[in-house]
Write a protein that binds this ligand. Structure first.
Ligand SMILES: NC(=O)c1ccc[n+]([C@@H]2O[C@H](COP(=O)([O-])OP(=O)(O)OC[C@H]3O[C@@H](n4cnc5c(N)ncnc54)[C@H](O)[C@@H]3O)[C@@H](O)[C@H]2O)c1
Ligand SMILES: [Zn+2]
Length: 340
């Protein structure tokens, strides 16, 4: 019980207006604020940097290229150069890549110093900034090296989404729809009235983002080390990861595909109500998301993914929108259900 309480009270506070950053910093009284972002975002999001007014700014490469040892080392050298000490505060501005690298750096520099996440993509606002996972890619593996370490605060300001591209919104929707299916049917309801092309301007966007964060936090707070119920968040990811690798699809788009395929499997097992898959395909159609049926899967890629324990997988099963459970399925059974 004590542990559970400790976990829940350690959850970072979430703010929805960037203006709050001044108050957060004033309360923390750091020796120095160091903003880390990419050069591209420094230009695109200059309005936000003017509000943040950091003492120092460090620029890192944009996108996945940032999540390397080399960039990590360079960043740590920069922390030294700008004289960041234990009472300093790092402010992270950017998408999931910036968040993952800089969150990792913040957790190991001087054995860990405080940081704030300001996620700027739909993926980062609803997924990567929450749950405390940080890290970089290593050899050919994604997110292989990292820590579990949360920021002191997360600022989820809807204005950042306005400049997200159509592809970024689609990617973000992969996880958002997943949250709706596994835990909060209201998210699916809210999305029924949307289109990918107009979601950025929607009056419901904040509601959709907030409810998504609540679902992610529901699972991560109950299972911070990712050993049990948090695996529910892998819904769509067993098939999704295989599709992502084979077709070089964006992560979110691969998950959109993976969810349909996994529903097909659990429907065959008699665990999912048959209407769920049809409703999901309709939702994609309404939103304007292209869905390509019959993408080929590679069994070896599915097995190599880290989700199997021995020859058993805890398969996330959506029973109906907003209701789900984990079910143990043997590898051979899954393979035959997938027809591989
Ligand atoms: N830590 C976790 O729990 C977790 C969860 C999910 C994903 N991730 C990681 O997140 C990363 C993907 O995140 P992402 O999709 O945000 O990618 P990203 O950080 O690469 O951002 C994508 C692009 O969007 C641009 N961008 C960011 N904000 C913008 C804005 N407001 N307006 C216009 N352009 C903007 C960036 O410059 C970048 O080129 C992956 O590395 C993935 O592994 C981590
Ligand atoms: Zn995902």
């Amino acid at each position: 019980m004590t542990t559970r309480l400790a976990i829940l009270t350690n959850m970072p506070k979430i703010y929805t207006n960037l203006k709050e950053i001044r108050n957060i910093v004033a309360r923390e009284k750091p020796s120095k604020t160091v903003l880390v972002t990419s050069r591209i975002l420094q230009e695109k999001l200059s309005w936000a940097i003017k509000l943040i007014k950091p003492h120092e700014t460090i620029l890192i490469p944009d996108g996945e290229a940032a999540k390397t040892w080399r960039c990590l080392e360079k960043l740590l050298i920069h922390f030294n150069k700008v004289g960041l000490d234990r009472k300093g505060l790092i402010i992270i501005l950017g998408g999931g890549t910036v968040g993952d690298l800089v969150g990792f750096a913040a957790s190991i520099y001087l054995r860990g110093i405080k940081y704030i996440q300001i996620p700027t993509t739909l993926v980062a606002q609803t997924d990567s900034a929450h749950g405390g996972k940080t890290g970089i890619n290593f050899e050919k593996y994604k997110n292989q090296i990292g820590t579990t370490n949360s920021p002191i605060a997360i600022v989820v300001d809807q204005r950042f989404i306005k400049t997200n591209s159509h592809a970024q919104i689609t990617d973000g929707l992969g996880e958002v729809i997943k949250y709706g299916l596994i835990k909060d049917a209201q998210i699916v309801k809210l999305l029924e009235k949307q289109k990918v092309s107009t979601l950025r301007e929607s009056k419901d966007l904040q509601k959709i983002i907030t409810r998504s964060i609540e679902v992610k936090n529901y699972y991560t707070s109950r299972d911070p080390l990712d050993r049990g119920i948090r695996q529910m968040l892998n819904f769509g990811h067993t098939v999704g990861h295989a599709v992502e690798l084979k077709y070089n699809l964006g992560h979110g788009r691969a998950i959109l595909h993976g969810m349909v395929k996994e529903l097909e499997i659990t429907e065959k097992l008699g665990l999912t109500k048959p209407a769920v898959r049809g409703n999901l395909l309709n939702l994609y159609k309404n939103l304007g998301i292209e869905y390509t049926a019959n993408l080929k899967l590679d069994w070896r890629t599915i097995v190599r993914d880290k989700k199997f324990q021995g020859d058993v997988i805890d398969l996330p099963v959506v029973i109906q929108e907003g209701q789900s459970k984990l079910v143990k399925v043997k590898a051979a059974k899954l393979r035959s259900l997938l027809g591989l």
